[in-house]
Design a protein around this ligand. Structure first.
Ligand SMILES: [Fe+2]
Ligand SMILES: [Fe+2]
Length: 212
């Protein structure tokens, strides 16, 4: 399949899957977050951004595509700064480290095992930059009105970077995912990412409900 058409097909399959997600995880609550929910949300974001910086760094020694190497190196710095921004928000609540943060098993499988994995750049980027970051962007948009202005300011700072990361994914797939065999592997990576993301989101909603 031509690479442009392949990429468009991937994005529409992701959007369809997210639109048909079971209702317990399609969205969460109306109204503003409680303080406990805001802290849960920020801790999760901080954890995820930190781990993103780390697992993308782990891809670099095995990234032969020079343009991808440079853009992923840029992304590592972005994710590290996002981590720092969320930690700055958490410090308003007296939280200065994630050392005692306990993550859900669904998050570990998704963030700590799946995203770092992948046999080559197209597999890694298809899972994280194409599928994962589209989901993250949507959840930011969903919660934007439920968080205080200082967190909205952080979102405003982060969102352009996340669009760059998705653009990196688009460039990578269009340029390097060309054979039928590669496209098949990428389709499988995307569909398994959607399953893990869905489970992780349900776990997140459980955690948010408990913090209400
Ligand atoms: Fe980020
Ligand atoms: Fe990102």
């Amino acid at each position: 399949m031509a690479t442009n058409a392949f990429y468009e097909e991937l994005i529409s399959s992701i959007e369809t899957s997210q639109a048909n997600a079971p209702s317990d995880s399609a969205t969460f609550f109306a109204g503003e977050f409680s303080e406990g929910q805001l802290i849960e949300f920020l801790k999760f974001q901080a954890y995820y951004e930190r781990r993103a910086a780390e697992f993308i760094a782990s891809w670099l020694p095995d990234t032969p595509e020079l343009d991808m190497f440079v853009m992923l190196a840029q992304q590592i710095e972005d994710e590290a700064i996002h981590y720092q921004l969320h930690m700055k928000s958490l410090s308003r609540f007296g939280i200065h480290s994630l050392d005692d943060y306990e993550i859900e098993p669904e998050w570990a499988e998704w963030i700590d095992q799946w995203y770092p994995s992948g046999d080559d750049t197209i597999e890694r980027v298809a899972a994280h930059n194409v599928t994962g970051e589209l989901g993250a962007l949507k959840s930011f948009e969903e919660v934007y009105d439920r968080v205080p202005p200082f967190v909205q300011k952080t979102f405003d700072r982060i969102l352009p970077d996340e669009k760059f990361h998705m653009g990196l994914g688009r460039q990578c797939i269009k340029k390097y995912c060309v054979t039928q065999e590669q496209q098949q592997r990428v389709r499988q990576r995307v569909s398994h990412t959607l399953v893990l993301q869905q489970r992780a989101r349900s776990a997140f909603n459980r955690r948010m409900a408990a913090a209400a």
